[in-house]
Every structure is written in structure tokens, then in C-alpha cells.
Design a binder for this molecule. Structure first.
Ligand SMILES: [Zn+2]
Ligand SMILES: [Zn+2]
Length: 297
């Protein structure tokens, strides 16, 4: 039902949170409710309940179970699993991926996706965030080798490590969630012994409950999603109105040619076809000539 129809029928136009007093199922076994519950309570008046399902079955960071599909697909699948396991119609799930930043040299990036599914309203909402704040790193020491500098840079202790053999049958032995020096030494010794090259593969444990840096990024994303779900479409009043895409081609200030920079932000309803193109949030209306393929080829 659109705005016009509602007015003609004299029906009240819904305002405020569509989820006040409602429960949303979060599929996680890594304590992500700690990062998300507050935002949903404050901005939506909704309660987060954890679904007791093994999300690791859909793939792990340490590589012994491969993920199928892109992060958005995996997050949606997890959210729906949460819904299935409880029978409540609203689910939420997060999926992270990590790797070298495509544009910033020598920097890693944490890409986080949060998927929300409401089966009653038949909507799916995706929020994303990318952060250069990640401790993602690895090293391949031999038994007894000094890796103090590595441990310091990845904040060992508050942040955990995963250890496996560097070569050969790499996932035959896997030590996860290591936070103590004695456990680490023991794991490196065992894995180095099993590896044909005599080395252990030591990498950061990216699971949220053992990685406070990642948990912080998820917290930010939780607020982003809560804000999105508290915004209604001006046509059909469904929750989840927000930016879904951008249009590039910001005109050059000198010659007016389109540049690769973002020109418009595309807002779309999660339920109906309603869409709006808005100017950039930072108010920038033209690009500098250095970004122009004509002026600065
Ligand atoms: Zn130009
Ligand atoms: Zn709509």
C-alpha cells in the first residue's frame, strides 16, 4: 500500500521502529551479540536472541572448511538458518572476509557484511563496512624461532592465533584460539615437526570472540544496520530504506567530463520499487582535474 492510498483511505501512516518489542535471531557461535545487541535495543527497541547453530559448517577462516558463495550469500544463508532453527521470522547474520587492500599498498582490509532477513515483510537488507583496522597477519617459524615482533604487532594475548603445519597435510593438525605463550610454543613445535619443510604456519585467529579489533568493526556495522532498519520507505513505509549503490561520473571542475568518482548515491526500498538518487553526502559537486581522465590522462 502506497502513501497516496493510505491518505485516501484515511489510514494512519506508520512511523517509528517497525521492530519495537520484537525479537531478532542472530546466528553466531562467536559472541557477536556483544557487538550488536546495544544498537538494536537503542535504535529499534528490538531484542537480539542468539540461535544455537554451528555457523562454522558454512566455512571457516582457518581454511579447513571452505566457504561456498560470496560473503553476502553466506551471510543470508546463516540468517535463514537462524530463522529455521527458531521459527521466529526475523534473522541476522554477519560474515567477514580479509585480505590485501586492492588499492592501498601493504595494507590489509577487513570487509564485513551484515544480512537481515524479515520473512513476514519479505525483505532482505544488506549492510557492509570496510576497515583498514585489522591484525590479519601470518608467519612461518621453525620450532624455537623468535617471533616476538610478530606477536607484538598482532596483539597476541588479547587476540588469538591459529597454528598448523606449513606444508604437507596442512589441516591434519590445527590449533585454534591460542592465547598463551606456552600453548603457542607447543603448537609450533608439533606442527613444524609434521611439516616437510620443518616450519609451522602461524596466523591470526579472525573469529570475532578472539579478535577484539574485528569485534569493534562489527559493532560499527551493527549500528549502521540498526539505523538502516529504523528508516522507512516514504512510499510503502517498509523498514530498511538506505543506500544500495552509487553512480560514478562526478563531473570534472575544469572540463565537465565524467570522472570515476562517485556522483550520486542510490537509495532504494527493501520492499517496493521506490528509488531515489541523491547528491553525495559530503556535498562535493565536482571533481578536481587530477581525477579527470581528460585533463590528467
Ligand atoms: Zn577535466
Ligand atoms: Zn517501499
Amino acid at each position: 500500500m502506497g502513501k497516496q492510498v493510505a491518505r485516501q483511505l484515511g489510514l494512519p501512516i506508520p512511523t517509528g521502529s517497525a521492530y519495537a518489542g520484537k525479537t531478532i535471531i542472530l546466528a553466531t557461535k562467536h559472541g557477536k551479540e556483544r557487538a550488536i545487541s546495544n544498537a538494536f535495543r537503542r535504535h529499534l527497541g528490538a531484542e537480539i536472541e542468539v540461535a544455537d547453530i554451528d555457523t562454522d559448517k558454512l566455512g571457516t577462516f582457518s581454511g579447513e572448511i571452505e566457504r561456498e558463495g560470496n560473503p553476502i550469500e553466506v551471510a543470508l544463508r546463516k540468517a535463514k538458518l537462524g530463522i529455521r532453527s527458531t521459527g521466529l521470522g526475523r534473522g541476522l547474520a554477519n560474515e567477514g572476509s580479509f585480505g590485501p587492500h586492492p588499492a592501498v599498498p601493504f595494507s590489509n582490509v577487513d570487509l564485513e557484511v551484515l544480512a537481515f532477513v524479515d520473512e513476514e515483510l519479505e525483505i532482505e537488507v544488506i549492510e557492509r563496512i570496510q576497515s583498514l583496522k585489522t591484525n590479519l597477519a601470518y608467519c612461518t617459524p621453525r620450532a624455537g624461532e623468535d617471533i616476538k615482533a610478530f606477536l607484538e604487532s598482532m596483539h597476541f594475548g588479547s587476540h588469538a592465533l591459529v597454528v598448523r603445519p606449513n606444508d604437507g597435510d596442512k589441516y591434519s593438525t590445527l590449533f585454534k584460539g591460542i592465547q598463551k605463550v606456552s600453548d603457542l610454543e607447543n603448537a609450533i613445535r608439533k606442527c613444524a615437526q609434521l611439516s616437510p619443510d620443518g616450519k609451522a604456519h602461524v596466523e591470526t585467529d579472525m573469529r570475532a570472540h578472539l579478535n577484539p579489533t574485528r569485534m569493534k568493526v562489527i559493532r560499527k556495522l551493527g549500528y549502521q544496520m540498526a539505523k538502516r532498519l529504523s528508516t522507512r520507505c516514504s512510499e510503502c513505509f517498509a523498514p530498511g530504506w538506505g543506500i544500495v549503490d552509487v553512480e560514478r561520473g562526478l563531473p570534472c571542475a575544469w572540463c565537465g567530463a565524467p570522472t570515476p568518482l562517485v556522483w550520486k548515491e542510490i537509495y532504494r526500498c527493501a520492499a517496493c520499487e521506490h528509488e531515489e538518487r541523491e547528491k553525495r553526502a559530503d556535498g562535493k559537486e565536482s571533481a578536481e582535474a587530477k581525477n579527470c581522465p581528460e585533463c590528467n590522462p
